[in-house]
Design a protein around this ligand. Structure first.
Ligand code: ASN
Length: 308
């Protein structure tokens, strides 16, 4: 059953209302920044024959219409790459559904339905989108510090100023310093955002590009929030040559038939590109200094919880 008491409590929560007012400003600042950078905004794709494979424990959300099978979007990665055939710089506020394990219900960071700012840039390198990400992040934080000071004061949040360039650390260095499960430890140990670079091939999806001269290492990145808030954004350079994509799909043990459409598109020629996805609820959580991601949106759906 849906917990009506919780739902009504949410509708009357001052904290939640303040967070959503801040979020409205965040979204507006992001748009303002990206439009100035000559990006085009795409409308989100909610169902598609293909979506981000992500890791196996996440169940496929499927919808059948007219005898065709669609999947519910886990990320618009393949649509982003395809859309670059039409426009050189694109972004989308993209709703994603990821059926996370029930144990993550109270992680404070996981919702099974969330929105990410997903963007992609034709012929860009990781360095290009890393710079863009830093500028976007600093712009948005500065805009909120100035434009939402009332809300932040009421939320009891002191938001520091962040000046790029941000620190960089490789995945290998992070493991050495904090062990395999390093994300929250690294995040808690920092007062400024930090870039995490060069993930090993096994822990990411097949579309992030492998270095030409470093087999098994990817030209990708995450931005990690300070103060223990964990991951902010995730992205990298992409594979775009059909043979390399086929090889990476094979290495993941995925049946290439499942991605036949994508492989056809790659055969027709994809642009080299780089991009990232930036979680809006997590950004709201960080900016507002909230413990619980359930307080960053109405109708929040935590793992294994039935909600409106
Ligand atoms: N949006 C991410 C990216 O651009 C992918 C994801 O959400 N898994 O790399």
């Amino acid at each position: 059953m849906i917990d009506i008491t919780r739902l009504l409590e949410e509708m009357s929560s001052t904290e939640l209302r303040l967070a959503i007012q801040v979020q409205t400003k965040l979204i507006s600042l992001i748009r303002e920044f990206l439009l100035r950078e000559k990006f085009v905004e795409l409308l989100p794709v909610i169902i598609s024959p293909i979506t981000d494979p992500l890791t196996d424990f996440r169940v496929r959300g499927e919808v059948e219409c007219y005898g065709y099978k669609y999947q519910i979007t886990k990320s618009m990665i393949f649509h982003k790459q395809t859309a670059l055939k039409a426009f050189p710089r694109i972004f989308c506020f993209s709703p994603n559904v990821r059926i996370e394990p029930a144990e993550r219900q109270n992680s404070g960071r996981h919702l099974i339905e969330f929105v990410q700012l997903d963007l992609e840039v034709r012929e860009a390198s990781r360095e290009d989108v890393l710079g863009l990400g830093e500028r976007l992040f600093s712009y948005v934080i500065e805009g909120i510090r100035r434009g939402a000071d009332e809300e932040l004061t009421l939320l009891g949040r002191k938001l520091p100023e962040f000046k790029p360039p941000f620190e960089r650390i490789t995945y290998e260095e992070a493991v050495r310093e904090f062990g395999q499960d390093f994300e929250l430890k690294l995040s808690a140990a920092r007062q400024e955002p930090v870039w995490l670079l060069d993930f090993p091939l096994e822990v990411r999806e097949f579309y992030d590009r492998e270095y030409n001269n470093r087999p098994g290492v990817l030209v990708d990145m995450d931005l990690i929030y300070p103060e223990g808030y964990g991951e902010a954004l995730s992205g990298g350079e992409r594979e775009y040559q059909v043979e390399r994509i086929q090889e990476r799909i094979r290495k993941k043990g995925i049946n290439p038939e499942a991605y036949a459409i994508y492989l056809k598109l790659a055969e027709s020629g994809l642009y080299p590109s780089a991009g990232f996805g930036f979680g809006i609820e997590r950004l709201t959580r960080f900016v507002c200094g909230l413990k619980d991601i359930g307080r960053t949106r109405l109708f929040a759906k935590k793992p294994a919880q039935f909600s409106l």
